[in-house]
Design a protein around this ligand. Sequence first.
Ligand SMILES: [Zn+2]
Length: 196
Amino acid sequence: MDTTNMPKSRSEAKALGAKFYFTGEACTRGHVAPRKTKGACIECVKEDWAIDNERRKAKPKSEAAKAAGRRYYEKNKVLVKARANARPVEERRQHRQKHRQNHPDIYKALVSVRKRRHREATPKWITAAQKLEMRKLYLTAMQLTKVTGVRHVVDHIVPLISPVVCGLHVPWNLRVITQDENLKKSNKLIDTPSTT
Ligand SMILES: [Zn+2]
């Protein structure tokens, strides 16, 4: 917040009808920051907000609150997803990690579904060399994710599950793309790097 043209005292701010003033002196918590004409130093307000938020997040949610959250999500899916995607990469990574820790069962189930799908879509006549080729693609995806910081995944060019034609789990149906590209595809099967 630009303090240069702010009133220097509360009385001055009141007289001018300004929302903020700036004395240049530290508050009781040591912030040198503008203060609201109606109350506290803005940095103190931010701190109190953060403490409140943490406290609220730490409390277990009531069933009603959970239901309200689900309703909001269903109504505003596009917005919620866009907001989440706009967050910094590191924040998103931590969020994913936390979600994974809190819901190990979901991820176990996802992995086993994926493994089964891959198994069922792998023809019997596949050679060991072709299997190795596929494994290498998954390694490439992991390495690209590490090096670029952008999540890369292995995509089935023709989806394994599709109403039209089902693809195979074979090297020539696989390619490495970013997760964002993958999510743009109509088939929303998330295929994260893993060996098959
Ligand atoms: Zn303060």
